[in-house]
Design a protein around this ligand. Structure first.
Ligand SMILES: Nc1ncnc2c1ncn2[C@@H]1O[C@H](COP(=O)(O)OP(=O)(O)O)[C@@H](O)[C@H]1O
Ligand SMILES: [Mg+2]
Length: 342
């Protein structure tokens, strides 16, 4: 984890649980959508969060964005806590951009592109019309919707999915945020435009030193720009590492299975990836007490994995894995410490 002093965002032991009631009043329990997640992000850093559908990625995104209040834990952005009172949320929202999966659903259908981009500027006190117009045009040309005059007075439905997502990106960055959270930004687009949109996001990240949290269920897209990868399973981060390390030396059996799935030539489509490894993800209403991947794991250690939740073991600087297979690494570390001390 980077030192707190240079961290832009610090998420510490965040839990976001949803209470589930039957008939509106009978308490059934809690869906533990995010269940003890910690990470931190430097200024300008791009990370990816990877995991299959239902593992808590969107809930984590919304908690980071301040749209959900965590049940437990803290979210600190640029030295300010944003998980508490709503007072500083407005300022926070002008400093983070949010890109969702479905561009069409994210854009108000009865507003022109001009108005869609004008609104955040007005709300955030850019009073001069000429100044706003200049920034709107700059934002459109930055996302390559040119000539901009062809797009300013169009409505979202007049654009293709890829063009709509470019408008969403333009809106996300028009207030010059420090962080963009992109939740499956390309999964609803045609395969042919996915790479273009990811490359655009990467260009914005580099030119403005933006931090980006890129969320995806598709491990094959992460190499485009993320410096680190967090693998999520059953509402927890089960492995994190620099991108190259994770792709070359995946250590958690779940990460290994995800990688096998994308290197398999028959597994080009996402539906297939969801089925590898076989079995169901754990219930987040009553998660098993031990490792959440245990029921699907081919390497589980009987008597241990199904009973006890593995802590994160550090295999190398920045490479952490929550899996009992690596408990020796921790034992060795302790022995070395003892030797040093003795
Ligand atoms: N508002 C909500 N109320 C109750 N359960 C929710 C809510 N949002 C998400 N969930 C549940 O939390 C879990 C994680 O969902 P989500 O964060 O959307 O996962 P992902 O984005 O990885 O697909 C799922 O089991 C989902 O059904
Ligand atoms: Mg989601």
């Amino acid at each position: 984890m980077p030192e707190k002093a240079d961290a832009l965002l610090t998420v510490e032991n965040v839990h976001t649980w949803f209470e589930l009631r039957r008939f509106g009043f009978l308490r059934v329990g809690f869906v533990r959508a995010v269940d003890g997640v910690s990470f931190s992000l430097k200024h300008g850093e791009a990370v990816a969060v990877v995991g299959e559908s239902g593992c808590g990625k969107s809930t984590l995104a919304k908690t980071v964005l301040g749209l959900y209040r965590p049940t437990q834990g803290t979210v600190v952005f640029d030295g300010q806590r944003i998980d508490g009172e709503t007072g500083n949320l407005k300022k926070y929202h002008s400093q983070v951009g949010y890109v969702q999966q479905d561009p069409y659903g994210a854009l108000p259908p009865f507003m022109t592109i001009y108005r869609i981009l004008d609104e955040p500027l007005r709300i955030n006190g850019v009073r001069k019309r000429a100044e706003r117009e200049k920034r709107i045009k700059e934002a459109l040309s930055e996302v390559k919707l040119t000539p901009v005059e062809d797009f300013l007075y169009k409505y979202p439905h007049m654009l293709s999915g890829g063009q709509q997502q470019r408008v969403v990106l333009a809106r996300a960055k028009i207030l010059e945020p420090k962080l963009i959270v992109a939740d499956e930004p390309v999964s609803m687009l045609d395969a042919s435009v996915r790479v273009e949109i990811l490359q655009l996001l990467q260009r914005l990240q580099r030119s403005y030193n933006l931090a980006v949290i890129y969320i995806t269920h598709d491990l094959s897209t992460v190499r485009y720009f993320s410096e680190r990868i967090f693998v999520m399973y059953g509402a927890k981060i089960i492995e994190e590492a620099p991108t190259a390390t994770l792709l070359e030396n995946p250590s958690h059996p779940y990460t290994q299975a995800l990688l096998t799935a994308i290197s398999d030539p028959d597994a080009k489509n996402a539906d297939h990836i969801k089925e590898v490894p076989p079995g169901e993800p754990p219930s987040l209403l009553n998660p098993p007490p031990g490792c959440r991947f245990c029921p699907r794991c081919g390497q589980a250690i009987a008597g241990l994995c199904e009973k006890e939740m593995p802590p994160a073991f550090e295999l190398a600087p920045g490479h952490r894995v929550s899996c009992w297979l690596y408990r020796q690494a921790a034992v060795k570390e302790k022995e070395e410490e003892k030797e040093k001390a003795g």
